[in-house]
Design a protein around this ligand. Sequence first.
Ligand code: DC
Length: 231
Amino acid sequence: MEHKKINIAVDGFSSCGKSTVAKGLAKHLGYIYIDSGAMYRAVALHALRKGWITETGMDKEALQQHIGDIAITFKTNNKGEQETFLNGENVEREIRTLKVANGASRVSTLGFVRHELVRQQQLMGKEKGVVMDGRDIGTVVFPDAELKLFLTASPEVRARRRFDEMTAKGEDPLFEEVLANVKERDLRDTSRTESPLRKADDALELDNSHIGIDEQLQWAMDMYHKITATT
Ligand code: DC
């Protein structure tokens, strides 16, 4: 039976496999996947390039004045993977570095940045049929999403996953540094005053520390079927 399209929110801490679950769901359902974190990363990259984010501070005024100059779009490449574009330039690789991740964690504390990106994200979800992952999707972006998932995993497990990803890319990280970074970002994500990371009351939670990708996806699909059977 063809179901009415819904919006699906997938929230959780950094490096806890949100995107794998969200992409898998979108593929199974023929929905559009949107990586909201990539949008914060693109804003951070722009700010880093302009020198508005430095080791010691952030030029919030300059960023606020020029926020309208930052156009973020997504395109699917010939391998079927989604790539992020900043003012027409493919920045998919560049936004995945630790430096940009840290910048993203910082710009995401700013109310005017969140306001603008949330506005764009809500537009993307207007027609439904969207799976979006992030931190505030179930609480702020799509508070009416029919299905909300919240993924968790221990900091050590998430740091190990991130460490393995970096090693596979040929980088040579120190595990302790990766773990410290995961913890630092958790703290910033949960303690900021603007839309801190928190589980929506009606979100379904899964701790995936010890379960594989297939099992997680199965769980997410089961939750989808349960919800759509009653709507
Ligand atoms: O999911 P990610 O690691 O790509 O996210 C990058 C940063 O952006 C992260 O520090 C949290 C922030 N973020 C956010 O505040 N709200 C979102 N909806 C998505 C990401």
